[in-house]
Design a protein around this ligand. Structure first.
Ligand code: SF4
Length: 503
């Protein structure tokens, strides 16, 4: 059965980003777990965001180098390809994320192959388990074909899903247009569905300097740990215990366990290493996780947030995976680029979901209804206002036909809405979800704060990476390559087999 149910987690001390030391620790971890890479070996780091302002958001390059060298040390001649692959944060070209995290010289130095997942063919993976949100998903071909899959996430908090360890990092095995489907109040179920695509034989998390509080702009937290394992439910469960969280309260971990991928029960996990779980817990005792509702998050700022339930209320009374969390990340990014952001931001009101209550907007204070499901009726400044839900049932979104939007399209769309409503007191941003990028763009316009997309060097680097991405895709198209490949696809040995029908 893959993933193994003989779950083991190894906790090791490591207090520096010394690739040679990391290589040694990871090699010893692979030896202890009796693992050797083979066939198409693919390592996935977390490169959601990188560059000087996002230095704690991603798996550090020294860590990745140590892991890749340890994998090579354990190769007994059966590895046919040793590669790194990732899809970074939405709308940003992964080329830029690799560059910002300084991965490219390391990749060259070590003779590795690398994949920008959005530039690879997206292949179809059928789903048959009972709890699935849909019948098929798309994933980049190198992920589907992996024989030995290594997940190398960053140890971080997450404002929408509490934590982002190994399981949650799977959001990076889909390109934007597919990633945004079900990236709403069913996000945790989506993450559980993604588990059926591939399972790692080996996991090593960068917990030397962990990231607390947030996901894109985390606060550095010295943990001085490398944690390794062979089953990612067990692995994430141990990571949760290190920071004092019951893994069964983290939906995506619990769902993945319930679907048969592994156990959250510590008594069934073999934990070893030179740091005991008790000592690791002391290191994680002050770690602050994410999960904060948007109303609370904006308390004391110029923005007042109001959130009602999303459409499928039986699943949640709050959209943890969609628009409200996206605005929290958006404002954190703006604060990085403009230290006067909070002062400059005019009084405004943001409304999510089916909100049933007053909106306390004074004259001239903008009210922004965010997301297709926003719905409200009442008076703003003595004027009657009715906002109807535009939410479309998820069954109407087909991964076969869904269209993606790049940053230029998002810019034009946001500018158009803001232009058309500049004399109105309220406006609506449509989408499900309205992505972090779109909310950044809207807040830049409304708040008059510095734009991350137009910031000095960023413009040049963004533009160059964007053009290279688009040129690479145009060339592939000319050669007859399709972005999406429908129908059965070859799967490698890292394909999970958790149901009796998985042959
Ligand atoms: S529109 Fe936004 S808030 Fe509403 S369900 Fe979709 S993602 Fe959630």
């Amino acid at each position: 059965m893959h993933p193994t149910q003989n779950a083991r987690v190894i906790i090791r001390h490591c207090d520096s980003y010394d690739p040679e030391r990391i290589r040694q620790i990871v090699r010893e971890g692979l030896e202890e777990l009796d693992l050797r890479p083979n066939g198409r070996t693919l390592m996935k780091p977390n490169l959601v965001a990188s560059g000087p302002l996002f230095s704690h958001a991603h798996t550090r390059v020294e860590f990745a180098e140590g892991v890749m060298q340890a994998l090579r040390d354990r190769d007994d001649g059966r590895v046919t390809e040793l590669a790194i692959g990732e899809r970074c944060g939405i709308t940003i070209p992964t080329r830029l994320a690799y560059e910002g995290a300084e991965y490219l010289p390391m990749i060259k130095r070590n003779g590795l192959k690398h994949y920008y997942f959005e530039e690879e063919p997206q292949v179809e993976i059928p789903l048959t388990h009972q709890e699935r949100l849909r019948d098929y998903l798309f994933t980049p071909e190198p992920v589907a074909k992996a024989d030995f899959f290594v997940n190398c996430p960053k140890f971080k908090a997450h404002p929408w899903t509490t934590v982002t360890f190994s399981i949650k990092a799977y959001i990076g095995i889909q390109d934007d247009r597919h990633r945004l489907i079900d990236h709403d109040h069913r996000l945790n179920e989506k993450i559980a569905d993604l588990q059926y695509i591939v399972q790692p034989q080996f996991i090593a998390i960068d917990a030397i300097t962990a990231g607390e509080g947030r996901m894109l702009t985390p606060i550095p937290y010295d943990m001085n740990l490398i944690i390794m394992g062979n089953n990612q439910v067990a692995f994430d469960s141990v990571c949760c215990h290190i920071i004092g969280i019951d893994p069964n309260t983290v939906d995506h971990i619990r769902f993945t366990a319930e679907r048969g991928f592994g156990t959250t029960d510590l008594s069934r996990i073999d934990i070893s290493g030179d740091v005991s779980l008790e000592d690791a817990k002391k290191r994680g005792a002050n770690f602050s996780s994410g999960l904060i509702r948007v109303e609370k998050y904006f308390e004391g700022s110029n923005i007042t947030a109001y959130a009602g339930p999303p459409p499928e209320q039986e699943h949640s009374d709050y959209c943890w995976g969609g628009c409200p969390g996206a605005i929290e990340e958006a404002i954190e990014i703006l604060r990085l680029y403009d230290d006067q952001c909070d002062k400059k931001m005019p009084r405004m009101h943001v409304v999510f979901g089916d909100y049933d209550g007053p909106i306390d907007a004074g004259p001239g204070e903008k009210v922004i209804f965010i997301g297709d499901c926003a719905k409200w009726e009442g008076e703003i400044n003595n004027q009657p206002v009715q906002i109807r839900s535009k939410y479309k049932d998820r069954s109407t979104k087909d991964p076969y036909t869904i269209k993606g939007e790049d940053i230029t399209q998002k810019m034009m769309k946001t500018k158009k809405v803001l232009g058309e409503t500049q004399d109105q007191q309220y406006l609506r941003l449509e989408g499900c979800p309205v992505s972090v990028a779109e909310q950044v763009l809207a807040l830049v316009e409304l708040g008059g704060v510095a734009s991350p997309f137009l910031n000095g060097d960023n413009v040049k680097q963004n533009g160059k990476a964007f053009l290279m991405w688009k040129s690479a895709m145009a060339l592939k198209k000319l050669k007859g390559h399709k972005y999406q490949v429908h129908g059965p696809t070859h799967r490698g040995q890292a394909r999970p087999r958790v149901n009796p029908t998985d042959s």
